[in-house]
Design a protein around this ligand. Structure first.
Ligand code: 5AD
Ligand code: SF4
Length: 441
């Protein structure tokens, strides 16, 4: 048998890319590759890329420029580009950076082993199809290696919403939900390997409508089925669109004890004019009413959001509408971005807001969010939470994990080990984490 080769994967962007990178590593395992953390040792380097904003896409080209140097030291090294930049730019990548041997889109990575065989013959390989076959079906079942206590599991991919700024409907394609039985099999397998918390992933995860034993299932129905899996203690899901927050899902937040009290619910803007121009298909008021209903079902839920500032035609008054929506909702966490014009999207044709103005709005918005996050974090002091321990802390005897609200929690002098789910009393709020002490069982 040939020697095992080494594969180094660098992942950019969202959690779905993290999941995809794991699956690509597994697919390449079947082709004789094992993972390495050191690019200098690798026989093949794969960049799993993100196209959501211009900066993310440009990072890939500067990294490729750097990697070209590795080829000078090791002429047999193969370089591949996967993910959304691969999908969006295809052959252009090889033109811009001839050191690239392989380009594979997010729907085709089950074909990686064949593509690898082709590049070993000195050819280039390109696949950015949206094939008929399901990549998840074509991949071998996941290896049985032990895993950490948390895992991502993709249940839905693609998006039919076509927000005017967003490349996802083009790079990830139309909404597709994986069948229920496949997801349950994968979840049970993860649990057998030590996983206690699963985050269900989808670009529009709450639009999930996968085929089940008795017709199409909603995300809530899937969550209730996962609730029955012994050994699985926590369920999360991301990312949700406000329009797909169905009654059964809201209700599950109040009644399913394994479903964690955290919800990422992007609104993007608080101005009705901008929401319309963004083609968001919800308005400020419907979003605020939805938040009220979710909080009625689960009063302690921690909400998180995404915001874009400087979208074309956003005035100071529109921006103030976003700021006062944030004040009204009170987010425990948020991700905020300056609008980035993306080729091929409807908004790309429109006039940009002055860049200095957009940067100033971003800073003001981030200031408000940081303040809110800190207030919510500080309010945890004195409360008891459950912590799933994930890794040792920086200091001797310290362990680190996440609370049900996804706050990072450090505990000193604990006998807890990785994978334990234990009660902790919060004693201090720090910049980006909480400190706690164990509550005796
Ligand atoms: N410019 C800035 N931010 C964007 N996002 C998506 N597309 C763009 C863009 N063109 C943000 C949205 C989305 C998050 C994943 O990225 O807020 O929810
Ligand atoms: Fe992009 Fe909008 Fe779809 Fe989210 S809902 S992936 S922002 S098009």
């Amino acid at each position: 048998m040939a020697d095992t080769k080494k594969l180094y994967i660098k992942t950019y962007g969202c959690q779905m890319n993290v999941y995809d990178s794991e699956r690509m590593a597994e697919a390449m395992g079947g082709a004789g590759y094992e993972a390495t953390d050191t690019p200098g040792d690798a026989d093949m380097i794969l960049l799993n890329t993100c196209h959501i904003r211009e900066k993310a896409a440009e990072k890939v080209y500067s990294e490729l420029g750097r990697l070209k140097g590795f080829k000078a030291d090791n002429p047999d090294l193969k370089i591949g580009v996967a993910g959304c930049v691969a999908q969006a730019e295809g052959e252009e990548i090889m033109r811009r950076q001839p050191a690239v041997d392989l380009v594979v889109g997010p729907q085709s990575y089950h074909r990686l082993p064949e593509m690898e065989a082709k590049i070993q013959q000195g050819e280039k390989a390109l696949d950015t199809d949206f094939p008929e076959e399901d990549k998840f079906e074509k991949l071998k079942s996941r290896p049985k290696a032990k895993r950490g206590p948390t895992a991502f599991l993709t249940v839905q991919e693609g998006c039919d919403k076509f927000c005017a700024f967003c490349v996802v409907p083009y790079t990830r394609g139309a909404e597709v939900s994986r069948p229920v039985d496949r997801i349950l099999t994968e979840a049970r397998d993860l649990v057998e390997r030590g996983v206690r918390e699963i985050t269900l992933l989808g670009q529009n995860v709450n639009a999930y409508h996968g085929h089940g034993s008795d017709g199409d299932w909603s995300l809530a129905k899937l969550i209730w089925e996962l609730d029955k899996v012994d050994g699985l203690e926590r369920i999360r899901f991301t990312t949700s669109h406000p329009n797909d927050m169905m009654d059964d899902l809201i209700e599950a937040h109040g009644t399913c004890s394994k479903l964690m009290p955290y919800l990422h619910l992007p609104v993007q803007s608080g101005s009705d004019k901008i929401l319309k121009r963004m083609n968001r298909s919800h308005d400020r008021d419907s979003y605020l009413r939805l938040v009220e209903r979710i909080r009625a079902a689960r009063p302690d839920i921690l909400l998180s959001g995404d915001f874009i500032v400087g979208f074309p035609e956003e005035t100071e008054a529109d921006f103030q509408d976003t700021m006062n929506l944030i004040e009204e909702v009170k987010y425990g966490q948020a991700f905020s971005f300056k609008y980035s014009s993306r080729p091929g999207t409807p908004a790309a044709e429109r006039a940009l807001v002055d860049d200095g103005e957009a940067t100033d709005r971003l800073h003001r918005l981030q200031g408000l969010i940081t303040h809110q996050q800190r207030e919510i974090q500080d309010s945890m002091v004195g409360r008891d939470v459950s912590v799933l321990f994930e890794k040792p802390g920086r200091f001797e005897g310290q362990m680190m994990g996440k609370s049900e609200y996804l706050h990072a929690v450090h505990v000193m002098e604990t006998d807890a080990v990785i994978g334990d789910l234990r009660r902790v009393r919060i004693v201090e709020s720090r910049t980006n984490s909480l400190a706690g002490v164990m509550i005796p069982d």
